[in-house]
Design a protein around this ligand. Structure first.
Ligand code: G3P
Length: 218
């Protein structure tokens, strides 16, 4: 399972990279705005900075909602760095744009996926990744994991190569459940990734080992 971090914060990306388990980064317009990044040149420079920190894929989202606009933006985004994956919303023009990018060797991440039907269409259009938003489904009393399970079955039935990128991950149990269900990738906050490491019995055990060692070497 690949681990992506879902942020545009350079310090958090660096911390995740330094942990040695990071495979990529996802961003979205809200996350970029949260970092105070605006204006084409600043946005491009920020993506370049992210790409300089990580080894893997970096999803950069288009703002346009029309086909021509998405193509223009996507072609600009991929010039920044070969790690860039163009993130495209699941709307009709987005599906057309994914087909164009796929036919032209440009990788895409189809975002805002809330149903298995949407994921099926994205895969048929040639998306490299689909991003089902599990946390936002949980927020409206719908089990996000059911969607991951359903997409996994559909993709396996037809050997689609599109990778399931579980997004809107909020906590470590989301990551573990996604791993059980065979999501290819999860993207979440640094807090969720870091929380996987923690266990009170590990801390207690380590404290005892060190205390015993200290006693024996007095
Ligand atoms: O990047 C998209 C997705 O991960 C957003 O997550 O927490 O805003 O629902 P969230």
């Amino acid at each position: 399972m690949k681990f992506f971090i879902d942020t545009a914060n350079l310090s958090e990306i660096q911390q995740a990279q330094d942990m040695g388990v990071l495979d990529g980064v996802t961003t979205n317009p809200s996350l970029m705005a949260k970092e105070g990044i605006s204006g084409i040149e600043n946005i491009q420079a920020h993506y370049a900075a992210i790409c300089s920190i990580v080894d893997g894929d970096v999803s950069a989202e288009v703002i346009s909602t029309d086909y021509q606009g998405m193509i223009k933006e996507g072609l600009e985004l991929v010039k920044i760095d070969p790690k860039i994956v163009v993130k495209v919303p699941m709307i009709s023009d987005g599906v057309k744009a994914i087909r164009y990018f796929s036919d032209n060797g440009i990788r895409t991440n189809c975002t805002l996926i809330f149903s298995s039907g949407q994921a099926l269409v994205a895969a048929k259009a040639g998306a490299s990744y689909v991003s089902p938003f599990i946390g936002r489904l949980d927020d409206v009393s719908t089990n996000g994991m059911d969607l991951i399970e359903s997409i996994r079955v559909i993709y396996d039935n037809y050997n689609f190569e599109t990778e399931i990128l579980a997004a809107s991950v909020r906590h470590p149990m989301h990551i573990i459940q996604c791993a059980h269900l065979g999501a290819d990738v999860m993207t979440g906050p640094l807090s969720a990734i870091s929380a996987l490491i923690k266990h009170p019995l590990t801390d207690i055990g380590l404290e005892k080992f060190l205390a015993d060692h200290a006693k024996a070497t007095k």
